[in-house]
Design a protein around this ligand. Structure first.
Ligand code: AOS
Ligand code: ZN
Ligand code: ZN
Ligand code: ZN
Length: 424
């Protein structure tokens, strides 16, 4: 489906007067509003190729129709999102769910949509058809060196695909662990994992990063070999300067203080990137910001503070990505909502009065410190985000326009009702 720019302009025109009123109202109260807007314009969130189709639970999958069937259609879908909000300028591929064949054509298509290739993801948590050895008992941790080698080789192949596409990072998430006490020798599993990762690390191009993702549990329910940020950081430190920890918001034990984890990882220079999502109980299945928006804001508050303290570029020095999959909403609507939630949390973090907060902290003025944060969180920054997206050439309200243009209906007409794309 083609989304012509004039349709966006026409829509914006109908919204302009009401937008201007709201924007001027909020802009008045914000110091350095132009600076904030520019940061919002620059900020880009990568879209995972596997979130473009309806996710499955282990009990069933209810496809919504018009879902992308090929890598080209996935790029087109992310292109649609990016045209609407100008904040989704990258796609993250998962190998072998996505197998790029004609690199040149794929790169050209992505460039036409203004997209770059974010981290490439390896998959050693499923057995693929024709694969000689099984990952049933793990991949990089496996007791059998031949299985570990197969996992290493797969990661090397993923890097090769990424290099061809101009990606500059590899995300490794391992499902490795155990379901019952006694099943695994923790130390040996960790050492095997480290040695396997070292071989992958040795093959990283100089300008690449490797992100080590952790997850508390699932699919393993007794132990996960990279189960928390301590284990991930340990690996990243042992691997070297190109290795970083990746924080997936849904991968913590209940009530973990993720913002504190983020702050310390940043301090150590070892925070590599994010998988944004939300959850009520566990894992990564709900729309970012749909359950715990205050937590999302507090995380961004630490990100902005910590990145500024280290002189980092908000837009480019971390890998920002969404990782979620659920089974009720139109995936594109869900992604528009997620990007919006991230932009809102970021904007709120940008308007925190940092000088006042530092002062309050120095004076142990607890109530004042809390007020300063909540003041930013309770500000309706949506007109700020809309203004940034307008200036970048997007729609003043991406989701609204998506519905008006009947994008999903168009995609169903183009691709059919029974479409399946891969994902978890
Ligand atoms: C799995 O829970 C992780 O979040 C990984 O990032 C995984 O590769 C991704 O979710 C695709 O399944
Ligand atoms: Zn993830
Ligand atoms: Zn996950
Ligand atoms: Zn999941």
């Amino acid at each position: 489906m083609q989304l012509e720019k004039y349709k966006i302009d026409e829509f914006n025109h109908t919204q302009q007067a009401s937008h201007n009123r709201k924007f001027e109202f909020i802009a008045e109260g914000i110091a350095q509003v132009e600076d904030v807007l520019q940061k919002l314009v620059n900020f880009q969130i990568a879209i995972p190729s596997w979130a473009l189709g309806t996710g499955a639970t282990r009990f069933g999958r209810f496809a919504g129709g018009g879902e992308p069937r090929t890598i080209e259609e996935k790029i087109e879908d992310v292109g649609l999102l990016h045209a609407l909000n100008r904040s989704s300028g990258a796609i993250s591929l998962h190998i072998p769910w996505d197998i790029p064949q004609d690199y040149k054509a794929i790169k050209t298509l992505a460039a036409q949509h203004g997209l770059t290739f974010d981290a490439v993801n390896s998959n050693t948590f499923q057995d693929q058809p024709g694969q000689p050895l099984s990952y049933k008992f793990g991949s990089m941790q496996h007791v059998d060196k031949a299985v570990r080698q197969q996992a290493i080789d797969h990661n090397l192949e993923v890097i090769r695909h990424g290099v061809e596409l101009g990606s500059e990072s590899l995300t490794v998430w391992l499902a490795d662990g155990s379901c019952f006490p006694g099943q695994l020798n923790f130390r040996k599993a960790f050492q095997n994992t480290l040695e396997s990762l070292q071989e992958v690390y040795a093959a990283l191009p100089e300008n690449w990063k490797v992100y080590v993702e952790y997850k508390a549990f699932e699919p393993n329910f007794y132990s996960t070999t990279i189960g928390d940020w301590g284990q991930s950081l340990l690996l990243a430190n042992k691997l070297g300067a190109q290795a970083y920890t990746l924080v997936d918001l849904g991968h913590h034990l209940p009530n973990a203080n993720i913002e504190q984890i983020v702050s310390l990882l940043l301090m150590e220079g070892k925070l590599g990137g994010f998988h944004f999502n939300d959850s009520k109980y566990a894992d990564d299945d709900l729309t970012t910001g749909s359950i715990k928006p205050y937590q999302l804001f507090l995380i961004f508050n630490e990100l902005v503070e910590g990145m500024d303290a280290r002189g980092m570029n908000h837009a480019t020095d971390l890998g920002w990505m969404i990782d979620q999959a659920h089974n009720l909403k139109d995936p594109l609507e869900d992604l528009l909502q997620s990007v919006q939630a991230i932009m809102i949390a970021y904007a709120q973090a940008l308007i925190v009065d940092r000088t006042a907060l530092t002062e309050a902290q120095q004076q142990n003025d607890v109530a004042r410190a809390q007020e300063i944060l909540q003041d930013a969180f309770r500000t309706d920054v949506r007109p700020l985000v809309a203004e940034a997206q307008l200036r970048a050439g997007g729609a003043v309200n991406a989701l609204e326009l998506y519905r008006q243009l009947k994008v999903r209906e168009n995609l169903i007409q183009e691709r059919g009702l029974k479409t399946v794309s891969t994902g978890l």
